[in-house]
Write a protein that binds this ligand. Sequence first.
Ligand code: PEP
Length: 257
Amino acid sequence: MPRKPFICGNWKMYTHRAEAVALAEGTAKAAADTPGVEVGACPPACYIEAVVAAAAGTPMVVGGQNMYFEPKGAFTGEIAGPMLKDLGCTYVILGHSERRHVFGEPDDLIARKVKAAFAAGLVPILCVGELLEERKAGKTDAVVRRHVTAGFDGLASDQAAQVVIAYEPVWAIGTGETATPDQAQEVHAFIRTLLADLYDARLAQAVRIQYGGSVKPDNAHALMAQADIDGALVGGASLKVDSFGAIIAEGAKAKGV
Ligand code: PEP
């Protein structure tokens, strides 16, 4: 089974309600125009419902940007997996570098969230990736191995096969600096060898691995033309319909879909 490319926007803590709805309408149109690519967006939690409504009747999918691992309880300020599901989410981003490095989320917390996402009927987009100093110190593979191994800890193969991995080198996120297609491909291929070790070769070929880190219309084609890059997780450039639509079109061209 070929892996369906998946291009997803991460709106972070941007947009206001009217902007979110307009962006969702434009993104939903791009999703409908490009059926060979799965297209989604992860809006701020407070606008998920409005975005789901704007995307209704189109193939656009919606995700949360984070969640807590408990399904309910006295956890002020947190959002639970069942709440995201109830709002109409399909996916949830977990382990984003801003969660890991700004909010100090460790691997074991992220692993609990991955399991809780499945328990809530959500599919995790598990972000992994090294810091600049880790890359310079030759630790990229070790860091990615740690993130992947911890994130998949205890997952049976039927769930593991559904996880979307986003390889996001931290030095490329929001910096305008992108990994070269070769640098990204190398890590994506390495992630497949990890999955083959943890599970088997079939599963390693089935899991979709997005690239994330300053993806723009002018670099999207070269990145997604790489054999093991199955789409993109896009921050800044997903906040404008023009640039996100162009990335989706470039991804479709690169994958021949
Ligand atoms: C992201 O938020 O996951 C991301 C990759 O951001 P940007 O595209 O802005 O680098």
